[in-house]
Design a protein around this ligand. Structure first.
Ligand code: DGY
Length: 430
């Protein structure tokens, strides 16, 4: 196992701590992000248990009454980021965005509870279990109103994979124009060639303006949205999170809650079959606007492994598909297949490697007994950080670190891989 500098990773979390919550990196992302914080809590749990609990507690300060955990909680003002609270126009006591992000929270809660025990752990976990349950119930009612088993996202930012080629066709169909003037701040911190394009931002903000005009009311958003996509990553992460929630429900939940979680997991597991593309050997998103799957092969398509969704045969096909990608781009795991003409090795979610996705994919392969591939991905992630810095993302053709530097969730993953290596085989999995 490649050694990395544990103290450097811890120092990044400490430096990005803003008082109980961790910014993803200074300036580029100056608030608390939902799925970032869930991974970061797991990173904190490896060396500062109190701080791990606080990360999760501060995130749910932003939770809405209907259960949604917003994708950004604007704890303190900053001019470094667009779009800020004035663009979102939501009504929560602490300003928040009006959309959500992949629900890693319950997975983080289970892990923090298991490794960060202490005198008040039971009470803290019991309260946060309620928050996680409310958030999963929200996903089901707000984002799967017809109970198909699979939830849909209403904005590319909800996938966390903002400019994935999987959203290209649906975004190209948008005729909406933004009413808010676009004042990008990201490209004053990071080279524009590594970020989404201006036309992406016009569409991102047009959707924000549309939903703001409906007061962020979930049923209205669902009705009027021109962007309803069944994202593979969101559903896989939600499934894994439901699995973890069910474990927590043994201690903190009621019989009725356990049945509800189990029933939706059964529905979702069956519905996942509709996302499998046998020819492409991967899971692909479903566009509810057209009723068709989106022929884009991205790292999201490997994430059902993390949730135990594929059959053994499908898992083997996913391993073969990944090997074909790595014959083109040597560093795992590119966010878009290098065989796809839309692959761009430096542009955000159109090619670069993300440590958190690598972590989930490696855990997934391990779950299916592909131990050598899993450990190859973990080791490559560590080597990327050692050679390219603890960066936001990495070029899968060269290994170069890209985007923001001193990045919190990348540091968290290095701490988690390190802890797993120290614990050795047979350790508890996520
Ligand atoms: C950004 O601003 O780039 C984020 O990914 C949106 O949440």
């Amino acid at each position: 196992m490649t050694t990395i500098d544990i103290e450097a990773a811890r120092a990044i979390l400490r430096a990005n701590d803003r008082g109980g919550y961790t910014v993803p990196t200074d300036r580029l992302y100056p608030f608390q992000w939902n799925w970032d914080s869930a991974f970061v809590a797991m990173g904190w749990a490896t060396f500062d248990k109190e701080r791990a609990w606080r990360e999760l507690e501060r995130l749910v300060e932003g939770q809405w009454d209907d259960g949604m955990v917003p994708h950004i909680v604007f704890h303190a003002p900053s001019d470094d980021y667009f779009p800020g609270p004035d663009v979102w126009r939501t009504r929560h006591a602490i300003p928040t965005s009006g959309i959500t992000q992949p629900p890693v929270f319950a997975t983080a809660l289970r892990r923090v509870f298991e490794i960060a025990r202490g005198p008040d752990a039971q009470a803290r976990a019991a309260r946060l279990y309620r928050c996680a349950l409310a958030s999963h119930d929200w996903w089901e009612t707000a984002r799967d109103p017809e109970r198909t088993g699979l939830v849909a996202i209403l904005h590319p930012w909800e996938s966390g994979m903002d400019n994935s080629p999987a959203w290209d066709e649906a975004m190209a169909r948008l005729t909406l124009q933004p009413t808010t003037p676009i004042r990008r701040r990201d490209t004053s911190h990071i080279g524009a060639e590594m970020r989404p394009k201006d036309e992406d931002y016009r569409r991102f903000i047009a959707l924000v303006d549309l939903y703001a005009s409906y007061g962020w009311e979930p049923a209205a958003m669902w009705r009027v949205s021109p962007f309803r996509l069944v994202d593979v990553a969101t559903n896989a992460i939600l499934h894994k999170a439901d699995e973890d929630l069910l474990v927590l429900a043994e201690q903190f939940g009621t019989e009725a809650e356990r049945s509800r979680i189990a029933a939706r997991m059964a529905r979702r597991a069956a519905a996942f079959a509709s996302l499998w593309n046998q020819d492409r050997r991967i899971y692909q998103a479903l566009d509810l606007g057209t009723g068709s799957t989106v022929d884009a092969s991205t790292s999201a398509g490997l994430l059902p492994l993390f949730a135990g969704i594929p059959s053994a045969g499908q898992a083997a096909a996913l391993a073969d598909e990944l090997e074909a990608w790595l014959a083109r781009a040597p560093y795992p795991v590119p966010s878009t297949s290098p065989l796809d003409p839309r692959f761009e090795p430096k542009r955000y979610w159109r090619g670069p490697i993300w440590a958190v996705v690598n972590f989930m994919i490696a855990e997934g392969f391990e779950r299916y007994g592909h131990a050598a591939l899993a450990s190859r991905i973990h080791q490559a992630t560590q080597a990327l950080m050692r050679d390219g810095g603890i960066a936001e993302y990495f070029d899968p053709t060269s290994g170069e670190g890209l985007g923001g530097s001193r990045f919190s969730w990348t540091a968290a993953i290095s701490l988690m891989i390190d802890q797993a290596a120290v614990a050795g085989p047979g350790r508890d999995k996520m």
